[in-house]
Design a protein around this ligand. Sequence first.
Ligand code: ZN
Length: 186
Amino acid sequence: MFNMRNAVFLERDGILNLPGVEGAYQIAPRTFNELNLNRAAIAPLQELKAAGFALIVTTNQPGVSRGHTSRREIDLMHRLIERTFSLDDIFTCLHDDSDGCPCRKPKPGLFREAAHKWQIDLDHSFVISDKWQDARAAQNAGCTSILIQSPWNGGGHHDFIVANFERAVAKVLQLQLQNTFNCLSA
Ligand SMILES: [Zn+2]
């Protein structure tokens, strides 16, 4: 497989921005002005980029279907997020459960779409998130999942669980090294 890239897929809310919390739920920003970026993620993401990974966000934004936000606000937020974190792309599901779309995580549609567009080798790619839906989607897509401890981890499958974003990035880099070593010694 020539020219295939490995990616790190990132959840948006709770990873790249700091959402509100109401009870058991994260509340995604409804407007550009409510967007509160997690600038502590900038430096670790540069390490992943330097290691050759494509940086791709996948995000469920059902607030558009539910009328809490608009496509325009989402686009404004995503332009800033893409630029701030030097991302390669952002893939968004704007649907709600009742739409039955193939892209709402835990379905793997956004990962498959990204893999097709960017020639990504999903088997050697990673997903970093604080939510079980991403771990499930990762499993469905063939990626390795790294969950950050949160109230949204759920009880299902994940490959690794770590304390914070820096640890998640360190885990990706460690696994990539092991993989390279295994390839060299094969
Ligand atoms: Zn969708």
